[in-house]
Design a protein around this ligand. Sequence first.
Ligand code: GLC
Length: 711
Amino acid sequence: MSGREIENKVSHLLARMTLAEKLGQLQQLDGTWDGDVRPEQIKLAREGLLGSAIYVYDARRTTELQRVAMTESKLKIPILFAFDVVHGYRTIFPVPLGEAASWDPAVVEQADSIAASEASAAGIRWTFAPMVDIARDPRWGRIVEGSGEDPFLGAGMASAAVRGFQGTNYGSPGKIIACPKHWVAYGAAEGGRDYNTAEVSERTLREIYFPPFKAAIDAGAGSIMSAFNDLDGVPCTANSFLLTDVLRDEWHFHGIVISDWNAVNELIAHGVAANGKDAAAEALTAGVGMEMFSRLYNQYGEQLVAQGRIPVATIDRAVRRVLEAKYKLGLFEHPYADEALENAELLSPANLAAARELAARTFVLLKNDHDTLPLSRNLKSVAVIGPLADDTQSLLGPWSGDGHKEDAVTLLAGIHAKIPQAKIVYAKGCDVTGDSRTGFEEAIKAATESDFTILVVGESADMSGEAASRSSLDLPGQQLALIQAIHAIGKPYAVVLMNGRPLSIDWAATNSPAILETWFSGTEGGNAVADTLFGDTDPGGKLPVTFPRSVGQVPDYYNHKSTGRPPGVTKDYSGYSDILWTPLYPFGYGLSYTQFKLSNLQLSAARIHRDGTITVGVEVENTGDRAGDEVVQLYIHDLVASVTRPVEALKGFKRVSLQPGENRHVEFTLGPKELGFYNRAMRFVVEPGTFNVMVGDNSHDGLKSSFEVVP
Ligand code: GLC
């Protein structure tokens, strides 16, 4: 159906709708938390007053509710079913922070494409993903849901997610509407405390927090979600600068704007609305088109229009966007899910194989002294120790859609499957949290009697995600003591991390022979980790976030400013008296089982005009004896400008797979979009001057050169 045809159909339908029916299209109400329909939803569907439902999922139950709307209501407007399909629907993929660690947008696109196929088969046609909040504070639990601290990497992952969920047309079979969230700067919550105040300058908004959203919208995202937090005093859900001036007038976004859960009602708690009616007026006026969970639009919408506080045109504009989406999805013609398709799609062998393959691309090898890893399959006895090694729920991570822990392959199970001939002894050692060390003795015995120990530590899945901020980045409970106890035996071991945020694992970083970061790796995580531990896959991931030495350094991010007292220049510099100011592991860092060499950094010119482009080329060679992946990263530093610029900024990355001895030429192009910034007048400009360029395999060091921008 063409855009014009849809426009005409929507206009025709709008003209037949009462104000109450229009307001009904602007509300999204929840089912039960395990996917069932609630009687009130049935009632509202029958009355034609339920535009969208959340937390109603699977083909049978969505059809149950949809049939009421399509056969019993007057106008027979289909319900739009939504759900948080963030990193998988039933087949669960690694958490988004892990997907970002792959530095491979194709990983995100493929995972989200499969997620969309499964979700749409289950009747879900709208997901509340990708979460694209930049996070510079690992105390904030939702760092796990996004792509980390960098806007360039985050933008790449955001557009890949939208392509995965929506394809080129979200009305195609197997595709669903994406919803980048949470607009905006939700990750800048002070103290890393979820839902807390964010104070961010417009320049930092535009250069750091906006780019992933803009990339998602440029990729065609059909909706966006307003954030809980207040931003410089104005809650995002009542913020017309964000919701109208930027989204609509500057970026020409045409999709649905939905509030976060109860966020319209929370305007009262924020103190910008005295009551529900004022809250509804604030959000509608600012530009929130659909209200999630709270019902103030329906409760007060008719009064607000009758009293002239809200023009009916505002309501019509919001309803039009909802109806357009439903027509584009084809919901009027095909409102029902297909149970046969659902049974064929969910957890299909192909989906599970993809989950295993993609998970292995997210792992980051943080340390590997004396080539401790990969392990030989001929090991006779292996101890698997740690509370997370046999934890299926944590493997799925937060926001695990309709993932069932029973489907998950634990690290213990994956190791059993990998070396069935070996004697494998499992000992929990301790819980993730708590003070008990009663399991240490059994763990020490298992490690002492084994050739090698795999020590799985970190966080349980409920320690990150929403409302899961931590004041510490240390390993919780007695897990560090467990590592130290196993270390004291003096036999070989490796630490495997399962976690949703950077952890300040400085003791292990100094003392343990090998550390593999695996995040929460999804339904097939155990098999993927075993594939990597035993060398069937190479850990080619890189950190999408800085790992600080201590929570005291937070916020600690790589693209920081120089300050007037940069470290290493003067005695009194911007550092600490009690620890090194540098991170434990820098943004972009990760090792491999093989070795790579970068050489021959070439710039296509020594100087370019401010509207010109320059090509940066480099050779990368696998100098080791086994295949592996390297992520070549390009950083720039604008040395002198009218406003302070970050000491480095990622402006290009490419993951390449190389056989031993293989050499590859990698090229990047820099132009105004990469070199520009917002000047003192808040205009996006490229200023003349020297730009340093660094190309490496992390943000800390690499091959360096420079070029001039001339007026
Ligand atoms: C939550 C989250 C949001 C999610 C929504 C629906 O509170 O903030 O990310 O999409 O509610 O589950």
